[in-house]
Design a protein around this ligand. Structure first.
Ligand SMILES: [Zn+2]
Length: 263
């Protein structure tokens, strides 16, 4: 059995202390107000941090890196498919002979099914990224999460893609409900070891490339975008990608799809 992540142990320790305080207050005297408020505030802060940094594993494990002792790295692209920008990523990957993993948004898959088939036929892996790219996804119930995953899986199968078993929740936040919903639907949750932060409208390609090059080491799972959330601008990754692909070659790193790491 694997050791529990420290973040989850911390949350449990906090919860246990809260229960002990409650029992004490019933059995003896009411707890002092200030420590109680500080304790409650700390508990809420810790629980929220776990949602924002899911790689700490507070609510469950997710795939966020590969073996650190090999030479493999994985590029992932979110928020597509988009006919204006995804082909620009596909052509760069094809020229470099690199395969990647694309986390697709269901409603965009409905609009561009031929582009999904093009991604699959080029040898890339496809995963799920929410049907609507709902930004409040981490607040949704586990039943909602499971239904969203299955709806997106059904759609991808209908348009000719293999049924995806990987799920990166919209904006990457993961709550207890997200983890339970993913378990119900039988998919693996995916995070990343580094974000390109290229999905911001005014991100600079230079800054994105520098950030990714710093993170580019064995086992790196890099999160980029092949499309803007609302298809209204070009993500900076597209201009940064040549530098990333060149650095992978120079450092002798071997790009893989997440099929290699998700077993
Ligand atoms: Zn996204």
């Amino acid at each position: 059995m694997k050791a529990l992540p420290p973040a989850r142990l911390g949350l449990w320790a906090y919860a246990l202390a809260g229960v002990a305080l409650g029992v004490h207050s019933v059995a003896a005297s009411p707890p002092p107000l200030l420590p109680t408020c500080l304790g409650l505030g700390g508990f809420l802060a810790l629980g929220t941090a776990g949602v924002f940094w899911p790689e700490r594993g507070m609510y469950g494990r997710l795939l966020w890196h590969g073996p650190r002792d090999g030479a493999e790295v994985a590029l992932t692209f979110d928020d597509g498919p988009c006919p204006d920008t995804t082909p620009r990523v596909l052509s760069q990957l094809a020229a470099a002979g690199v395969h990647a993993t694309f986390f697709l948004v269901g409603k965009k898959v409905e609009r561009h099914p031929a582009l999904v088939r093009e991604i699959v036929q080029a040898g890339h892996q496809v995963g799920l990224h929410g049907f609507e790219h709902d930004r409040l996804f981490s607040l949704r119930s586990s039943a909602h999460v499971a239904a969203d995953v299955r709806r997106s899986q059904d759609l991808l199968e209908r348009v000719g893609a293999p049924r995806p078993a990987l799920f990166r929740p919209p904006i990457g936040f993961v709550s207890h409900f997200t983890v339970r919903g993913a378990e119900q639907a039988g998919v693996t949750l995916v995070g990343c070891s580094a974000r390109a932060l290229d999905g911001l409208r005014h991100a600079s390609a230079g800054a994105v490339a520098r950030r990714l090059l710093r993170a580019l080491q064995p086992g790196a799972l890099l999160a980029l975008h092949d499309a803007a959330e609302h298809d209204d601008y070009v993500p900076a990754s597209i201009a940064a990608l040549p530098q990333v692909l060149a650095a992978m070659r120079e450092r002798g790193l071997r790009p893989v799809t997440l099929a290699a790491w998700s077993g």
